[in-house]
Design a protein around this ligand. Structure first.
Ligand code: IPE
Ligand code: IPE
Ligand code: MG
Length: 251
């Protein structure tokens, strides 16, 4: 799957902000992988087939983004709100997640991918929690693409837990600033998102990376997630390149 990944450089985490951005390539891409249900519906398939096709696409896009020079890729796989879906669908997604992590981790590791889990762990089954923790542990020293898997992730929950943990750690009020918050978020050590992609045609953030997308460029694609790869990514990158990122300045 990842044979086509680009060779990993000696210390990509030190890649300075300007390097990829100057080439018009976003350093950190985050994706709201939406549209699995509609993809299945239009084909007369079951929702579980849609989620399966969605997971299959992850294999493709990790290679696609890495090959295009992206250093950080964060994928929204399951939100804190997705627990409210029918039990059979939730169980299907959880089962699929276990299978995918079990199946893909070795190859990702061999390709130098560093896996991070972003989200709560306390509501996951012991099996899924173990799989995730093992994948994170195994790949933690890798220096290739950092792959953030947002699973049982909610932006508001993340910010609330960061505040709670700061209080628990006895952080003094005058030490609480943006830098300190960054250290306590799930994404600690990762740069802000440059490009936020949503597939499936909606223009909503759905509680994803509320803090980290403060100055992200937003790109919405009509394409449903299982079909979003290759040329669709090129189109998103081309749109990103044309954006004028002012960060509040007069440029
Ligand atoms: C996104 O696809 C996957 C998850 C939220 C887990 P959906 O299942 O939301 O697909 P649509 O929006 O119903 O088409
Ligand atoms: C967002 O998709 C969550 C994930 C892609 C994991 P949803 O389908 O859950 O979002 P809404 O309900 O349309 O906002
Ligand atoms: Mg959806």
């Amino acid at each position: 799957m990842l044979n086509s990944l680009c060779p990993m450089t000696a210390n990509p985490h030190a890649t300075d902000r300007t390097e990829s951005l100057e080439r018009g390539v976003p350093r950190h891409v985050a994706i709201i992988m939406d549209g699995n249900g509609r993809w299945a519906e239009t084909r007369g398939l079951d929702i579980s087939d849609g989620h399966h096709a969605g997971y299959e696409n992850i294999r493709r896009v990790v290679a696609d983004f890495s090959n295009r020079g992206v250093r950080f890729l964060t994928l929204y796989a399951f939100s804190t709100e997705n627990w409210n879906r029918p039990e059979s669908e939730v169980n299907g997604i959880l089962g699929l997640a276990i299978a995918v992590i079990a199946h893909e981790t070795r190859e990702l590791h061999q390709s130098g991918v560093r896996i991070r889990h972003l989200g709560r762990v306390d509501r996951l089954s012991p099996e899924l929690r173990d799989q995730l923790e093992q994948a994170v542990r195994l790949t933690k020293d890798n220096v290739g693409l950092t792959l953030g898997i947002a699973f049982d992730y909610g932006g508001r929950a993340e910010i609330a837990q960061a505040a709670r943990r700061m209080v628990e750690d006895g952080v003094a009020a005058n030490e609480v600033d943006e830098q300190k918050f960054n250290e306590y978020l799930y994404t600690s050590g990762m740069p802000d998102v440059d490009l936020l992609i949503r597939t499936g045609g909606d223009f909503r953030i759905s509680n994803f990376l509320l803090w980290q997308t403060a100055y992200a460029e937003f790109y919405s694609s009509e394409t449903w997630w299982p079909d979003f790869h290759g040329e669709h990514i090129d189109r998103a990158f081309s749109a990103f390149k044309d954006r004028n990122r002012r960060f509040g300045k007069r440029i």
